[in-house]
Design a protein around this ligand. Structure first.
Ligand code: PLP
Length: 387
């Protein structure tokens, strides 16, 4: 049985994951079903009627998500962007305004700019590590959402969640933190004052690059918003399927131990890259030279597995580096056990080229996996030698 005061790794393994009472199976079964038999018309068993509304495998994951983030409710969606869309569609109406970080995930910026923009929602793109810039961007009465991503993508900027939540709270603005990069193992936005936490569970929570999904977790005090978003989830339908929910729950059980290795490997690689003349800058919060290092050390319990570099040789050198690692494969996405390299300008952030959120061509992003660090360092050395 899971006690209320159980610590993070224990919650990750046990929350929502009680054994099957029928057989004693340690792992709860995957309820691969669309519908449920009724004991007479309206005679639902535990409220289960149709799987767009509720499915026990999804409920298990949603319970686990809420427990990880210290929230009152979790909701699981077909993708991170589906989760973001359901949240924004519930909070906003045409005429409202959103303040969004200037190097958030490219798809988040595109969703706000193109889908919500077309619906009559305006936005300001600001550096959320600059508190005055955020204060200045909030339009009292019109701004409804402050969207924060920290560490940011791909420049690993650190924003002060507690200070931002206070600013937003005073202005009646909902603070949303995209916690995908840090994961709840390293950062707890709700404890710092966030109202809603967003995840692409595709990344560290799933952790094995084998499932696409998204999640929302609501802080205490946000029960009404959680009910409303749950209605949007049911009525608009972007739910995660039972097998995807199962894979995500399975991944979450090793999150704590994976994040430790992601962090120690990334620290070693960041230090190696920082020594090379071909690398103009390393963006990793674990380096003392990083402008957000002290804040990250306060706000996070580890620095995570994501880092970016700026190549001294510009866009051409960045492309060459990204294409010349051998163990570290060239692909979009992040957060899996295997290391991946990405050229944001041409890949993950191509959709924000020409906007305020554009990423320089000289940047390469690495999602450091949990392989043996010596093999990763050898691969990095090989790519640097070819610059
Ligand atoms: C990938 C990602 C998303 C979008 O999630 P999908 O699962 O791809 O829809 C949102 N935020 C961040 C930080 C991401 O890395």
């Amino acid at each position: 049985m899971l006690h209320d005061d159980a610590r993070f790794d224990t919650r990750a393994i046990h929350a929502g994951q009680a054994f099957d009472p029928t057989t004693g199976a340690v792992i709860p079964p995957i309820y691969q079903t669309s519908t449920y038999v009724q004991d007479g018309i309206g005679g639902l068993r535990n409220g289960y009627e149709y799987s767009r509304g509720t499915n026990p495998t999804r409920t298990a994951l949603e319970t686990q998500l809420a427990a990880l983030e210290g929230g009152i409710r979790g909701l699981s969606f077909a993708s991170g962007l589906a989760a973001e869309d359901a949240l924004l569609r519930t909070v906003l109406t045409p005429g409202d305004h959103v303040v969004v970080g200037n190097d958030v995930y490219g798809g988040t910026h595109r969703l706000v700019r193109r889908i919500f923009g077309a619906w009559g929602v305006t936005h300001s793109t600001v550096d959320t590590s600059d508190l005055d810039a955020v204060r200045g961007a909030i339009e009292l009465g019109t701004t409804k959402v402050l969207w924060v991503e920290t560490p940011s993508n791909p420049l690993m900027k650190i924003s002060d969640i507690a200070a931002l939540a206070e600013i937003a709270n005073e202005a009646g603005v909902v603070t949303v933190v995209d916690n995908t990069f840090a994961s709840p193992a390293l950062q707890q936005p709700i404890a710092l004052g966030a109202d809603v936490v967003v995840h692409s569970t595709t990344k560290y929570l799933g952790g094995h690059s084998d499932v696409v999904g998204g999640g929302l977790v609501f802080a205490a005090g946000q029960e009404e918003l959680a009910d409303q978003v749950q209605f949007t989830q049911f009525a608009a339908g972007a739910v995660s399927g039972p097998f995807d929910a199962f894979l995500t729950s399975r991944g979450i059980k090793t999150l704590g131990i994976r994040m430790e290795r992601h962090s120690s490997n990334a620290q070693a690689i960041a230090e190696r890259l920082a020594e090379h003349a071909g690398v103009a800058r390393v963006f990793y919060p674990g380096l003392a030279s990083h402008p957000g290092h002290e804040l990250a050390a306060r706000q996070m319990s580890g620095f995570g597995g994501m880092l970016s570099i700026e190549l001294a040789g510009g866009g051409e050198a960045a492309r060459r580096f990204a294409e010349s690692t051998e163990l570290i494969q060239l692909a979009e996405s992040l957060g899996g056990v295997e290391s991946l390299v990405n050229h944001p300008w041409s890949m993950t952030h191509a959709s924000v080229r020409g906007t305020e959120a554009e990423v320089p061509e000289s940047i390469v992003r690495i999602s450091v996996g949990i392989e043996d660090v010596n093999d990763l360092l050898a691969d990095i050395d090989g790519a640097l030698a070819r610059l």
